[in-house]
Design a protein around this ligand. Sequence first.
Ligand SMILES: N[C@@H](CCC[C@H](N)C(=O)O)C(=O)O
Length: 279
Amino acid sequence: MSARRDFVKMHGLGNDFVVVDARQEPFAPSPARVRALADRREGIGFDQLIVIEPADDTGDVFMRIYNADGGEVSACGNATRCVAARLFAHGASSPLLIETRAGVLTAWPSGDGRISVDMGPARTDWDAIPLAEPADTLHLDLGVPGVPEVVAVNVGNPHAVAFVPDAEAVALDTLGPRVEHHAMFPERANASFATVLDGETIRLRVWERGAGITRACGTAACAVCVAAVRRGLTGRQVTVHLDGGPLELAWRERDGHVIKTGPAAVSFTGQVDESAIAA
Ligand SMILES: N[C@@H](CCC[C@H](N)C(=O)O)C(=O)O
């Protein structure tokens, strides 16, 4: 008998997700099944598969995150807004506590149709993310002259941020994978190329670990905000312009938490016959 699962296809600024609500019936796809579902020609297609599960602890729900390459990861900023928007639309009360492998995140409607999320604390010390060997500064040998030092930031997942003179000119499809798979990052890394436009505006292009070029990455926007403040390049509140549009970020002084505000949209709903998708 074939198993049919309801899903909703959602996106945050074009960073797209298939969201499966598994609170009543478990859904635990193998990495091969995730890759098959992620295939944009033969599957449904997404950057991340998101599974909503019953809360383990103090939260309202648990959010499990799989990259398109089948790997399970700890954080996804845009999907957190999408899950919150979906649950608010179905009557959940605010604030909503979303458990992830990286901690419990709090989400609320921002009052203008968008969703705000407290993404928790960000770390930018030299050991913020797993490195192959200790390093105070990260000058990656990418085989391309002119790529500056990279800043490591942890927002529940690992980010490598490079501030470049012109993010538009970066060859994301070649530099992104070199950063993601660089020997310094044993757990790989999400790669951000950012240009500071003024003290409150940043242009950002992202190569995501396990998904490649995406139109937006919420945790990368948080990482870039924190890295820019640490470098004295911007104030603590910035608008980050991704390929899919803007996100508002604030790095809160009192507790080091990053607050992110942006849209969340439903594209369509559907049902997948799991046996029809080879794994
Ligand atoms: N799209 C996400 C990040 C998804 C996980 C990331 N690719 C990783 O491997 O850590 C976002 O909006 O933050």
